[in-house]
Write a protein that binds this ligand. Structure first.
Ligand code: SF4
Length: 102
C-alpha cells in the first residue's frame, strides 16, 4: 500500500488513518482499556461501530462518524469544529471530513 507506513495505519502525512485514529480515540476515552472499548455500551456514540478498529468498515459511514463525533464534541457548533485547537487529538485531521492539517 503506497503512501502508508509498514503497518499500514498511517497516511503519507504521517497521520493515523481513520480506522486507527478512531481506535486511538476510543482507547483514550476508556483510559487505555482495550476490553472496556470492546465492551463500550455507548451505542449512541458516532464512533461506536468503529471502536475496535477491526473488521469491515464502510469508509463513508466512518468518515461521517468522525464528523458527527467532532460536532458532538464541540456541542454542535461546526465553526468551533473548524477552529478546534486540539491538534494532538487523533481525529483532528479528519474533523472536517477530508484530511486537513489546520
Ligand atoms: S465508542 Fe465512543 S464512548 Fe465508546 S469508547 Fe469509543 S469514543 Fe468512547
Amino acid at each position: 500500500m503506497s503512501g502508508t507506513n509498514k503497518s499500514g495505519n498511517r497516511t503519507k502525512q504521517n497521520h493515523l488513518n481513520r480506522r486507527a485514529a478512531i481506535r486511538e480515540r476510543c482507547l483514550n476515552c476508556q483510559g487505555g482499556g482495550a476490553n472496556r472499548v470492546t465492551e463500550c455500551d455507548h451505542d449512541d456514540c458516532p464512533l461506536h461501530p468503529f471502536r475496535t478498529g477491526t473488521g469491515k468498515q464502510n469508509p463513508t459511514d466512518r468518515k461521517e462518524g468522525i464528523k458527527a463525533y467532532c460536532l458532538w464534541c464541540m456541542c454542535g457548533d461546526r465553526k468551533e469544529v473548524n477552529l478546534c485547537p486540539s491538534t494532538s487529538c487523533p481525529l483532528f485531521p479528519y474533523r472536517k471530513g477530508g484530511l486537513s492539517r489546520l
